[in-house]
Design a protein around this ligand. Structure first.
Ligand code: ZN
Length: 295
């Protein structure tokens, strides 16, 4: 099944829900970054969370949400960026990290992330992005994003994110997530009912592996409420937005003095995009051209 994102809301408008299937997207991230199993799970969950948050919180094409995990675990920093169409890109500092499985047989994402903070930057095209920061609770990503919504946006949220990695070739078998939010007007009883129900549903990766669609999953996790689904689906995808032009701008922004010493000392520059590993070469003539713009 290809990657999709579906949204829905309750008839009375007090509950909204998003579900994303991101198996291909996370597998592409794994291939680009050559991530270990635990790194694939951590980055995959963050990318899936970003895809959902982009659909939930952004409207305009040029806006973006950046999620940064600053943990003291072996993975180092993790970043995921999304636009309003759930086109995401991401990066993990130490993609090769391997840790023993947890006692329950699951990948130890929380252990690999460690303690630290989650920073959420919402860039809505204004002078400064909105910045929210919360301490990591478990490092398992979904819980941490839930706390962000509760503390920074005062929105009660339940989120599940999952990545199932093959033990044979480390490829991604199933990945996805869902987010349920209570909007103003929702009562305490609704919150309790949802919480009790979610405690009983299968893990998200299990549902995807069994072939359930994003629509099926929404009805499953909101069972007991009348839900309406929006007809319009989105298609989450791993997509980098780097370009020669952006790299030129980055080089110009280091300033004339730095550019001059780069020309004198290296004679050329090779820039590599962190998100997709594309390489951009600038020879001496190209750097000298940029130097004119930097002056
Ligand atoms: Zn790139």
């Amino acid at each position: 099944m290809s990657d999709t994102l579906v949204r829905g809301s309750s008839m009375d408008g007090t509950i909204r829900v998003f579900c994303a299937i991101t198996t291909d997207l996370v597998n592409k991230a794994h291939e680009i970054h050559q991530t270990s199993r635990v790194a694939t799970a951590a980055l995959g969950r963050l990318l899936t969370g970003a895809a959902i948050m982009g659909a939930a919180g952004l409207k305009s094409e040029n806006d973006s949400i950046t999620l940064q995990i600053h943990g003291d675990g072996q993975l180092g920093q993790l970043i995921a960026v999304t636009d309003c169409n759930s086109k995401v890109r991401g990066y993990v500092q130490n993609p090769a990290v391997q840790l023993p499985l947890k006692e329950n047989g699951k990948l130890d994402v929380g252990g690999a992330v460690g303690n630290g903070s989650l920073v959420v930057l919402r860039d809505l095209g204004l002078k400064e992005p909105y910045v929210g920061q919360v301490p990591l609770v478990t490092g398992e990503i979904a819980e941490d994003l839930t706390v962000y919504y509760a503390q920074s946006e005062q929105t009660p949220t339940a989120m599940a994110l999952g990545v199932l990695v093959s033990t044979e070739d480390n490829s991604v078998i199933a990945a996805g997530g869902y987010m349920i939010q209570l909007l103003p007007g929702a009562d305490e009883e609704t919150a309790v009912k949802i919480e009790e129900h979610l405690a009983k549903v299968k893990p998200i990766t299990k549902m995807i592996e069994e072939g359930m669609s994003a629509q099926d999953i929404i009805f499953e996790v909101t069972d007991g409420f009348s839900m309406m689904l929006q007809n319009e689906e989105a298609f989450p995808e791993y997509q980098c937005k780097c370009s020669k032009e952006k790299m030129e701008k980055a080089l110009i922004s280091i300033g004339a003095a730095e550019l001059q010493s780069l020309i004198d000392e290296q004679g050329e520059a090779e820039l590599c995009c962190h998100f997709c590993n594309n390489k951009y070469m600038f020879d001496k003539a190209a750097l000298e051209e940029l130097l004119k713009s930097a002056k």
